[in-house]
Design a protein around this ligand. Structure first.
Ligand SMILES: [Zn+2]
Length: 430
């Protein structure tokens, strides 16, 4: 039996909410329709079934005045925010737990209702200490906790020292023993596999010795292998795809540029469509030129996933801040640079809604397509299509209400008005 259908039939209470007078994100378009949800189950209901077959009426009707109602955003690369970084080595682990909770509660105001906390390359001791705090949180379906953790994204340390970005070279390692090297680094207990795996996604450079074997083992366990921070050739990247890699970490950044005789990782967007990988794009206006975003989008729309790559300074005022490994970072608006370096970009302070707005204006993508790149497409990549990223019956009632406008220069903006998690409102704009 389809697990998405019985949810509607199992609801016996009339404690139901109906959103009306709204434009719902359904498939590739916005459609005028009502949406029924149950705050008790935290899921979307089959409205017609509830109303006509079960003859239940809503206890609350919310008129959205023509605004957009879309699935909550699913973020697959968040390093931190609000003064906390998931790669922090806290002396006191209760401080780490507090930092995680602060980010979960903060992210919902940007429309992010579920995410992968991301750890950059670190010593093995740090992974073993902090990963247990980044387990999938879905066993407690609590709206009050804020954004839901879907498991951790380990970005490194199995990456190429020539494309390390801001990851310290001193901690980078080779996966010479394949998956055993990963288990030694992250802790076998954190690599359970499947949707309950603490480590849900690993960014790995396929050219490192043992990497292709590790990718095959990750895939066999249902942990997503993502190609990134890599000097790999197109041909070797194809081997990584064949071994089971299914996505690319921040396309264009920390990899070889496209060359007409050696297309590198970007060339994977030119393989036959059924084999094309997903890919993350940082549409913050700092990491990538708008034209590169447009190019990638037109090469493979169904694979495009918007990520912020946000780190601890996101949500903080401008200034200079201490960072890990004795480095310092300067924040000016959304721009973050390492102090005393050659101006290396040190992540981003952009929010997901800013990236969505940039993406929409730069590519000409529709509202529906832009929102899909931050919701259904990452959910498909994570294997949770039908649960997250859609407004179909049985899906989690993680929602954003958006207003759309256009300024005199023709810049189109979506603005977050409300955010709902598991059928409860968790944010409302002033
Ligand atoms: Zn990176």
């Amino acid at each position: 039996m389809d697990p998405r259908i019985p949810e509607a039939a199992s609801v016996t209470s009339s404690k139901l909410i109906k959103f009306t007078n709204c434009r719902l994100l359904r498939g590739d378009s916005l459609v005028k329709a009502d949406l029924w949800i149950s705050p008790e189950t935290g899921r979307v209901l089959h409205g017609q079934d509830v109303f006509y077959s079960q003859k239940l009426g809503p206890s609350k009707v919310i008129d959205l005045g023509g605004k957009i109602l879309a699935p909550g955003f699913v973020e697959t690369q968040v390093n931190g925010g609000f003064g906390f970084d998931f790669s922090n080595e806290c002396d006191n682990l209760s401080d780490y737990a507090k930092g995680v909770n602060k980010i979960r509660k903060g992210l919902v105001q940007f429309g992010v209702t579920s995410f992968l906390p991301t750890i950059t390359s670190q010593k093995t001791t740090l992974y073993k200490k902090v990963l247990p705090f980044l387990k999938p949180s879905s066993s407690i379906r609590s709206a009050s906790q804020g954004a839901e953790i879907l498991g951790a994204h380990c970005e490194g340390p199995f990456i190429n020292p020539c494309r390390n970005g801001i990851h310290p070279k001193s901690v980078l390692v080779k996966p010479e023993d394949g998956f055993a090297s990963l288990a030694e680094c992250y802790g076998a207990d954190n690599l359970q596999g499947g949707s309950n795996s603490t480590v849900r996604l690993v960014t790995i450079a396929p050219e490192l010795p043992g990497a292709i074997d590790a990718i095959a083992d990750l895939d066999a366990r249902g942990i997503i292998a993502s190609i990134g921070h890599s000097t790999t050739t197109y041909e070797h990247a194809i081997s990584a795809l064949s071994a089971g890699a299914s996505t690319i970490t921040h396309l264009f950044n920390a990899m070889e540029p496209l060359h007409h005789r050696n297309p590198g990782i970007f060339g994977l967007l030119g393989v036959p469509s059924s084999n094309k990988p997903f890919f993350g794009l940082i549409a913050d206006g700092i990491h990538l030129h708008a034209t590169c975003i447009n190019l990638a989008w037109h090469a493979h729309r169904e694979g495009c996933i918007l990520v912020t790559d946000a780190m601890f300074a996101a949500g903080l005022p401008d200034g200079v801040y201490d960072w890990t490994n004795g480095d310092r970072i300067e924040k000016k608006g959304q721009v973050l640079h390492l102090v005393d370096s050659d101006g290396k970009i040190a992540g981003s302070a952009s929010t997901m809604i800013e990236c969505i707005n940039n993406f929409r204006n730069w590519t000409g993508a529709s509202i529906a397509e832009s929102l899909t790149a931050a919701s259904r497409t990452p959910a498909r990549m994570l294997g949770i299509d039908g649960v997250k990223g859609v407004l179909e019956p049985g899906a989690d009632a993680d929602l954003v209400v958006l207003d759309d406008s256009e300024d005199a220069e023709g810049w189109k903006s979506l603005k977050i008005e409300q955010v709902w998690k598991f059928g409860e409102m968790v944010f409302k704009a002033d």
